[in-house]
Design a protein around this ligand. Structure first.
Ligand SMILES: O=C(O)CCC(=O)C(=O)O
Ligand SMILES: [Fe+2]
Length: 361
């Protein structure tokens, strides 16, 4: 009997839950059109997709001025940081302390992981959102009504470091990139604390970043035969405080900003920084986690690599008391343990800010 496209790449290994990766699907010669299970419908008639407006460009933050600028430069950068978090929930970071070679090495190793044989990758397949290493496809296969055109690898690297054993250079690249990006995230959170009028170490201390949760999420979006009918990741906001994203020079990210989907260009020389749900909670809604999605193309394979900088799993995340006032600024979110927030997210379909809405008062 002929193998159908949906069976391609389905590998049974060690009783783990196996699945068909998008990568395996695209390598099947039968694939000429999008399988119906991947057909995603948007209200595309109502949607506006645009490049950033010249009058309202995506904010750019210079990291070197934050950590090594004059007092005036640092003060101005903190102010810009606050404005970016408030108005966009997103900014591009330039002149940061992770070298291009470390980033390129990491992207190469991520490619090498996805290029392993399907059997080898499926060793890490499925199971629970709390698993330290998780290879998967779509978003949450047991919940998704439509499958998304994306394979992923998620790895928890702090407080305990984990890494797949293959490919051979992966662990070393991941060790270096995790360490550098964690430091970067903490430096940004110092500036963000100050931009809220809080002590420089406020977020670091109250979110228990000594045992904070850091996860690296690599996304692979292979070329898609009918990209206009498919979606890489549907609209969502991220858990955690910040998400630092790099990509391999192929575009696909869009942000929801003032009711429009804004294309984020593909430059690989900057890091893209997202305000995530827990920073929205801590700031009591002053800073907004940004809704974003990833669209796909039929030309090139896109890789993006997200670093989630988040409170320790046992931290109850709630609005900073120092920012609250019973009359003028009452708490707008209930407190919730980070671990419970993650579980809640995994039991919901990705859908805009639907998880954050559950902790809104
Ligand atoms: O691939 C992208 O540009 C977005 C990835 C993303 O939103 C995520 O990993 O949470
Ligand atoms: Fe995201």
């Amino acid at each position: 009997m002929a193998t159908t496209a949906s069976e391609v790449g389905k590998v049974q290994s060690n009783n783990r839950k196996s699945f068909t990766s998008v990568k395996a699907l695209t390598e099947s010669p039968e694939l000429t059109s999008l399988p119906p299970s991947y057909t995603y419908t948007t209200n595309s008639d109502d949607e506006i997709v645009a490049d950033p407006d010249e009058d309202d460009p995506i904010p750019v933050i210079d990291y070197s001025l934050l950590v090594a600028g004059t007092p005036d430069q640092r003060a101005k950068t903190i102010q810009d940081l606050g404005k970016a978090c408030e108005e966009w929930g997103f900014f591009m970071l330039i002149n940061y302390s992770v070298s291009k070679s470390i980033m390129e090495k990491m992207v190469d190793e991520v490619f090498a992981f996805f290029n392993l044989r399907e059997e080898e990758k499926q060793e890490y397949a499925g199971k629970d959102v709390m698993d330290p290493i998780r290879y998967g496809t779509s978003s949450n296969v047991s919940m998704d009504k439509v499958l998304f055109w994306r394979d992923f690898l998620k790895i928890v690297v702090h407080p305990e470091f984990h890494s797949p054993d293959k490919p051979p250079g992966f662990r070393e690249a991941l060790t270096e990139y995790s360490r550098r990006s964690w430091k970067l995230g903490k430096d940004l959170l110092k500036g963000i604390s100050e931009s809220l009028g809080l002590e420089v170490n406020y977020i670091e201390d109250t979110m228990n970043l000594d045992s904070g949760f850091q996860m690296i999420a690599a996304n692979l979006y292979p070329p898609c035969p009918q990209p206009e009918l498919a979606m890489g990741i549907p609209p969502h906001s991220d858990h955690g405080l910040l998400n630092l994203l790099m990509q391999n020079g192929v575009s696909g990210l869009q942000l929801l900003h003032n009711g429009k989907w804004i294309n984020v260009s593909s430059t690989s020389s900057c890091l893209l920084v997202f305000v995530s749900d827990h920073l929205e909670v801590v700031s009591n809604g002053k800073y907004k986690s940004v809704v974003h999605r990833a669209v796909v193309s039929n030309k090139a394979t896109r890789i993006s690599l997200a670093v989630v900088i988040a409170p320790s799993l046992e931290t109850v995340v709630e609005p900073a008391k120092e920012l609250l006032d019973n009359q003028s600024n009452p708490a707008a979110y209930i407190g919730m343990k980070h671990r419970d927030y993650m579980q809640l997210q995994s039991s919901n379909r990705l859908n805009g800010k639907s998880v954050l809405d559950k902790v809104k008062i």
